[in-house]
Every structure is written in structure tokens, then in C-alpha cells.
Design a protein around this ligand. Structure first.
Ligand code: SAH
Length: 303
């Protein structure tokens, strides 16, 4: 009889309990891996048999019941196409804006607990009291920038960057910066909260690994109320936070033929209105409004 070691038990005494390890081979219980077996009722004085296969099967059942559907569609272009179809129903028609939404995976920018809602038309918390903006509002603002006066229609077969050099105020988690990147020659995106600036940086680094031609997106940690003079002027400026007035620096850094789109608090009631400011080729300014919105407040300084 093969023995595992210096055991004192023998096969001729099968009813006797093993007194110490290692056991003889014929006393080692085998558990077949094909299909679960009911666990034997524990006998008085005997230890419960460990059944690792049963634990693994249970873990697999739990995984199926509780796991988020990552990989079950969120990585798929079809999920983003459905979002694009909804944007079209909301009146977004610019092909490059729609294309950007089809390309950028929004679920990579939200917390794991919220990935199920990543492609709904809703704003979502990104930490520090801030939110990633609603896709339909982001798309509407981007479309307003694309159709500013003087921008030629895209020529067939050529890469089109209708936003030129673009300044974004409020990087947040970096999602909108990634969208803008697909429509711009360069994006400069400023965030005043250091932790969010770092989060945007990490998110865009992840995204960069998925995209063969990474757009020129520069993230800046600083107070967006002073714009970013070193890379000015900007053909387009977009703010994801609203204050009581448009900072003078934004107006100064807007190029002739450029357009700025930002939420602006109304003097009475504090409600925000989407404001469009065009700098005409002769240098003069022209204001218009495009409906009520609700954005987080524009704050000065950095944290
Ligand atoms: N576009 C972002 C949404 C950001 S929410 C995204 O896709 O996730 C608005 C952001 O504006 C917040 O992160 C807030 O911290 C930032 N913000 C507010 N005031 C700012 C300022 N003066 N300069 C830079 N960022 C500012």
C-alpha cells in the first residue's frame, strides 16, 4: 500500500478514524468536479469536508447575478450609436459632433458604480461635488461652436477640425475634453480642482491607449477665469461652469471669427442661460442667447 508518510493507520481498519495526518491514499475523500453534490450531513465529532469546487460554482453564480455589465455591451460601438440616435432626435445634426459621441466611450470616465448609467442622457457625479454634463447639453454646445459664422462646410474626405484651437473651462473628468479633441486642432482644458485635474489626466491616458491617432489635448491645472494666455487666441471657448459675468480674459483671448459658449447667471433670479458671444472678423462682439441651462458654479482660484 502506498503511504503518504509516517502514518500509523492501515487499510485493514477502515472504520477507525484517522488520528493524525498525513492520511493514507484510500482515506482521502474525492469530490467529483462534474456537477454539485449535496453536502453530507455533518456527523458528530467529524470535521466538515471542504469543497472548493462548490465554492467556485457559488462564486460564478454570484458573479452572474451581481456583476455590472462591463464588456456585455458597454465597450461596444452599438451602445454609443444608440446614444447618437437619441442625440439626433434631440436635434443634433452636425456629423462631426455625432461622430465624436460615437467614438468616445463615456463609461471610461465615470465611477464603476455608475457605469450602467453612462449612456443615459443624464449628468453624473464625478467627485468633489462636480458632475459630468448631460450628453445632450454638451452636444448642443459643441454644435453651436461648429456652426459659427465663417466656418466652411467640411470637404469630403478631408479631416475636418471645425473648432480650430479650443479652450475648455472645467475639465472635470475629461470626457468633454476628449470629445472636443476630435473636432479641434488643439484643445486646452483648464480645471481648478487638483484632484479632478489628475482624474482627467488619468482618464485621458487610458483613452489614449485605445486611440491610434490621439488628438492634441492639453490639460492645465489652474483658474480658468484667467483663461490660458500662452496658447491664445482661441477660435472657440466653451465653459462647463457658469458665473454672473463672462470673465474679461475669455473675451480678450477669443480670436476674430471665434465663438464662445458659456452658461451665464441672469441678473435676476440667478437662473443660468446659455450665452453665445461671437467676435466678428472686424473685432466687434455680438451676444445671443440659447435657452436655460443648469451648470455647476464658476469659482475663482484653485484647490
Ligand atoms: N466638462 C466636464 C464637466 C465638468 S463640471 C466633464 O466632461 O467632466 C465643471 C467643472 O468646472 C468642475 O470640475 C469645476 O471644478 C470646474 N470649474 C469651476 N470653476 C472653474 C474655474 N474657475 N477654472 C477651472 N475650472 C473650473
Amino acid at each position: 500500500m502506498a503511504r503518504l508518510g509516517g502514518d500509523t493507520m492501515s487499510a485493514s481498519q477502515p472504520d477507525r478514524k484517522p488520528r493524525r495526518f498525513p492520511l493514507q491514499l484510500d482515506q482521502v475523500a474525492t469530490v467529483k468536479s462534474a456537477g454539485p453534490r449535496p453536502a453530507p450531513a455533518p456527523q458528530a465529532g467529524s470535521r466538515e469536508l471542504l469543497r472548493p469546487q462548490a465554492h467556485l460554482q457559488q462564486a460564478e453564480q454570484d458573479r452572474r447575478r451581481h456583476s455590472t455589465p462591463q464588456g456585455v455591451g458597454l465597450d461596444s460601438i452599438h451602445v454609443r450609436r444608440r446614444m447618437v440616435e437619441r442625440l439626433m432626435l434631440d436635434g443634433i445634426s452636425h456629423p462631426h459632433v455625432l461622430d465624436a459621441f460615437a467614438r468616445v466611450p463615456r463609461h471610461l470616465f465615470v465611477d464603476t458604480a455608475l457605469v450602467n448609467q453612462a449612456y443615459e442622457d443624464t449628468s453624473l457625479p464625478i467627485g468633489l461635488g462636480q458632475t459630468i454634463s448631460k450628453p445632450s447639453v454638451v452636444a448642443a454646445m459643441m454644435q453651436l461652436l461648429c456652426v459659427r459664422p465663417g466656418v466652411p462646410a467640411p470637404a469630403a474626405g478631408t479631416p475636418h477640425r471645425p473648432l480650430g484651437v479650443c479652450l475648455e473651462i472645467g475639465s472635470g473628468c475629461g470626457y468633454q475634453a476628449a470629445l472636443l479633441g476630435h473636432l479641434s486642432r488643439r484643445v486646452v482644458s483648464i480645471e481648478r480642482l487638483r484632484d479632478l485635474h489628475l482624474k482627467a489626466r488619468a482618464n485621458l491616458d487610458t483613452l489614449r491607449q485605445h486611440l491610434p491617432e490621439w488628438p492634441d489635448v492639453r490639460l492645465v491645472y489652474g483658474d480658468g477665469m484667467i483663461g490660458h494666455a500662452p496658447l491664445a487666441p482661441y477660435d472657440t471657448i466653451i465653459a462647463a461652469a457658469g458665473g454672473a459675468a463672462l470673465p474679461q480674459a475669455w473675451i480678450d483671448q477669443l480670436a476674430p471669427g471665434g465663438r464662445l459658449v458659456a452658461p451665464l447667471e441672469e441678473a435676476r433670479g440667478g437662473t443660468q442661460v446659455l450665452t453665445i458671444l461671437d467676435r466678428l472678423p472686424d473685432g466687434s462682439l455680438q451676444h445671443s442667447r440659447a435657452g436655460a441651462v443648469l451648470f455647476v458654479p464658476l469659482k475663482s482660484g484653485t484647490t
